[in-house]
Design a protein around this ligand. Sequence first.
Ligand code: C2E
Ligand code: MG
Ligand code: MG
Ligand code: MG
Length: 279
Amino acid sequence: HLARPTGGGFAIYMGGLEQEYTRRLALMGDLHRAITENELRLFCQPKVDIATRAFTGAEALVRWEHPQHGLIATAEFVKLAEQAGTITPLTHWMLEAAFSQGYAWQEAGTARTLAVNLSVHDLYSPGLVDRIAGLFTTWGLSSDLIQFELTESALMTDPELAQQTLARLKDLGVTLVIDDFGTGYSGLSYLQRLPVDGIKIDQSFVMPLVTNADSEVIVRSTIELGHNLGLQVVAEGVESRAVWERLAMLGCDAAQGYLIAKPLPAERLPEWEREWALV
Ligand code: C2E
Ligand code: MG
Ligand code: MG
Ligand code: MG
């Protein structure tokens, strides 16, 4: 259960801009501490192949277990960290955690991909690719076990530079996926030039797939577009059987969402896998 931070220096009950500012400042200070005090957690959300139901990989999602405030909403503190320009330490923490987890899977012989989200700041930070290359060397991890998700809007912030960074990442042998696809207004010609392997259709189109005709048109044409460009198409936010069936009919490759599994600590994945095999 996600709790919004209350009490202490957060004071959200007071409302108003000044209080909001104070709350954000406190949260930022806390986030810095969260990293040094080891309060961040790596959660994994499985991604499955729609045709075969096979578990092919997971997305790495950060969680923050605050000692006083409990679990803090990820979208909120990630956005805050991005705005404050302090996402870099969080990204570094996440990369370490993801490589460590990937290594454990590789050692156990249950090799599957783990997808790490990179933020707009990471994409344009000069040291990122070297850091990632260093992690591959340190952990001795096979490059096809790590994916990166980059949001369409982050790529569009500086399309030229993004293209260069993606090309350098691609040289490491990793898989690249455009996240939240459909929300970032990238042009067709740009998409064609990007060295990516897949797209993830944003959940805002996937959730209303069977109830809204416009969503159906968007999802259908996105799948077609992706396939015409030779890309793997993943749907995020799959919450119902009906949406799953429709995606299968439309030829979507893979699915992620609460219907399949919520984000879980890695050690709970085997239990989920047993249940998934039975459904
Ligand atoms: P995202 O990369 O698009 O991740 C998908 C989000 O949708 C996750 O939220 C996930 O828990 C949620 N979700 C998945 N399936 C369903 C579903 O069926 N229904 C609904 N309602 N939601 C679903 P989360 O974990 O709160 O993360 C929010 C965003 O924060 C992520 O969006 C991602 O952009 C960012 N984020 C999370 N972890 C990291 C990280 O380590 N680094 C960076 N840079 N960003 C991160
Ligand atoms: Mg993502
Ligand atoms: Mg996404
Ligand atoms: Mg999304």
